[in-house]
Design a protein around this ligand. Sequence first.
Ligand code: BES
Ligand code: MN
Ligand code: MN
Length: 457
Amino acid sequence: MSFKTYIESNKERFLSELFELIKIPSVSAVTEHNNDTRNAAKFLFDQFQSLGMDNCEICETKGHPIVYAEKIIDKNLPTVLVYGHYDVQPVDPIELWDTEPFNPTIKKTDIHPEGAIFARGSCDDKGQMFMHLKAIEVLNNNGGLTCNVKFMIEGEEEIGSDNLEAFVKENKEKLKCDIIIVSDTGMINKTTPSITVGLRGLAYLEVELTGPNRDLHSGHYGGSVANPINSLAKMISSLHNENHKVTIPGFYDDVINYSDEQREKDSLIPFDLNEFKDSLKIKDILGEKNYSTVERRSIRPCLDVNGIWGGYTEEGSKTVIPSKAYAKISMRLVSNQDWKKISRLFTEHMQNITPKGMSIKINEHHGGQPYLTSTDSKAYSAASKAYMSVFNKEPFAVKDGGSIPIIAQFEKELGVKTILMGFGLDSDAIHSPNEHFGLSNFYNGIETISNFYKFYS
Ligand code: BES
Ligand code: MN
Ligand code: MN
């Protein structure tokens, strides 16, 4: 039977199995959900067992468990390691969801006229990760596996993969492989596939600026002492210049400059600026001078405030000069920036621009290194052919703006490259209310991944 026919005749069951997984609210950031994350791991363990995989294991960590399974058919054949994550982002703001986040619902949209699965994790990453399990089923029932496969699915990607890092370091032999494949990124649009060859890194810090030792009456003291919120706002706004470049000294020192040829090639990647603005309901865009929107979102680093607070924010008014102001600030990094170095440069710079008479405290959250790979490999060619055979188009090689910190770690610790075969769309609203994943993206993904094995081995 062709892969397509097998998928077609089993598609309802594939979907109902995915629904079961999605219904488990495995939010890694929230401790009340610890049982749910464990249940999601158990669900996957059972799935691997019914796929006939060997050495299925729920590996304990200091945090959420990692699910491992393998099928070694012949030591002389190449080995593929599949990575994905079963944890999901929190659902807030819950009131903006049109349907229950953990009750998957099929709805048609303009972009997905055949229907899309609305639920937290439908795209990031349960839907995409689950395609890999179903691809193994497709192969098992249509000629069998043609290379060795290992699966490693974690439950802490959305909170920084700290424990996975240690697991990889301690299990190099177990994880030995020739290539890693991951579906946790996007494609250009529903009919235009892409393979991600670059991911941005991340440095995330929290700033606390302290002025007076207590909140002050804003009439009694106003105008005579510095207000930490005013000062923090000024400090933050000074982090970009008029060309929207980041002003932290040394910030761009290690940034790769792409050749004009490469930039020209990348400018052929389909992108419609009006559609982009329309989709966000913004009238204008903003970013680093002399770079296109695609470049600003992929090959250039950036700095953003993720949250800012302090003083009085409840109902009504309270006349007060707050003692403290806070902000969470993240920087997306590109090769060859190092997140530890950038975090240090940020900290030093913020200390240097702290107004006299105030004190600053800076805490480092998680970080991750950027990732870059070439299109010149057997695995890339196999992936490219696999997309061709399903979408009838050669995939574009794109650099994505998001981060999957463990991918660079895989290369460092295991010496193995990763092929990022994403099937999500920008419009799928990952991390947002009403996250969804197109049904055809799901089924085409299963077929493409199945074909990858065919062309790789
Ligand atoms: N799947 C995303 C990363 C992603 C999305 C890459 C779209 C490329 C395109 C992943 O689950 C994610 O959300 N990563 C976090 C990083 C993490 C350290 C919290 C991110 O990018 O914010
Ligand atoms: Mn993800
Ligand atoms: Mn995510």
